[in-house]
Design a protein around this ligand. Sequence first.
Ligand SMILES: *Cc1c(COP(=O)(O)O)cnc(C)c1O
Length: 396
Amino acid sequence: MEKRFIYADNAATTCVSQKVLDAMLPYFTTAYGNPSSIYKLGRDAQRDVEAARVKVAKAIGADPNEIFFTSCGSESDNWAIKGTAERLAKRGKKHIVTSVFEHHAVLHTTQYLEKQGFEVTYIPVDEKGLINPEDVRNAIREDTALVTIMYANNEIGTIQPIDEIAKICKEKKVIFHTDAVQAVGHVEINVHEQGIDMLSLSGHKIHAQKGIGALYVRKGIALPNLIHGGGQERNKRAGTENVPAIVGLGVAAEEAVKNISEKAAIITPRRNRLIDGILKLPYTRLNGDRDKRLPGNLNISIEGIEGESLLLMLDMNGICASSGSACTSGSLDPSHVLLSIGLKHEVAHGSLRLSIDENVSDEDVDYILEVIPKVVERLRSMSPVWEKMMKGEKYE
Ligand SMILES: *Cc1c(COP(=O)(O)O)cnc(C)c1O
């Protein structure tokens, strides 16, 4: 078996596409004007920033003046949540509704707000990784300022019933924000038709560079300033615009939403082949609903192994993947997402996330399906936990 290099971690980040890179390059060399400058070099930069804004808006069905460029998806989430909280607290609304399995950019923000005296309701998810919209309805109170629920989960890829949740929020006259960082480019989104009030997206998950994001804020919602200073981003977020990154995000967003169903038609069968292939191993389970999930995502728990060891062995075989335990952060806590769908700690620890795009070919899938059983067998053969399991002993 010839060793390959396979990038199967597109939920962590993506490469900058050639098209995006080509679009960006002139802004480092010849078109380097400051968009605030009065001469042509500056005016051109201004024009191109605005053209990128139109592209990002179009990609999600918004108006250009509803798009704010930020430095990342996390910043967009922070601004939407803290900004709304600050604004509505003045009217006595100090309650926020979110879910237990949001990205940390949302969860750590709501935890911060709890320390500032806000109350937060964390909606549970079911064993398939889906939120029940009725739970959102029941959680909304007179003093609810905001509902923030992610569009698609970054670990298990499940797509949430956003339309229903948006409808409930509209009925209850509560602002609805969604972290759509994982959804943009994979799911058709039209914020106006869907009744979404605010939406976060990030460049580096859709083949733009790291360090650029956007926040959509529906017209009529006056979010407080994020950064004070110059008049950039309609006085809301000061700081000279990151012109190359913004131009790149414009192209990336345009490209990402171009062939969503065609891309899904290529990726989904490969994803399904990976799922079925890995599930042939004993003591494995698919995490998250099989159908209501992102085309490229699979997350499987493999009992009797440690996720980190699996990742290292896959790396030695040229496969970039991710796991459900947060070893990188120096903590041994298993993922809050996997715990939220009811997995036991030891099962959550042995989880594997593959997030493929159309560049992962059928031959790559064959290769992955050859490597994984070998690696798993080897790890299990060295695992005291697995040995106990096979002897039918209880293990902790
Ligand atoms: C990656 C990600 C973010 C953070 O985006 P950054 O641009 O890396 O800050 C937020 N939410 C979700 C769901 C993500 O997957």
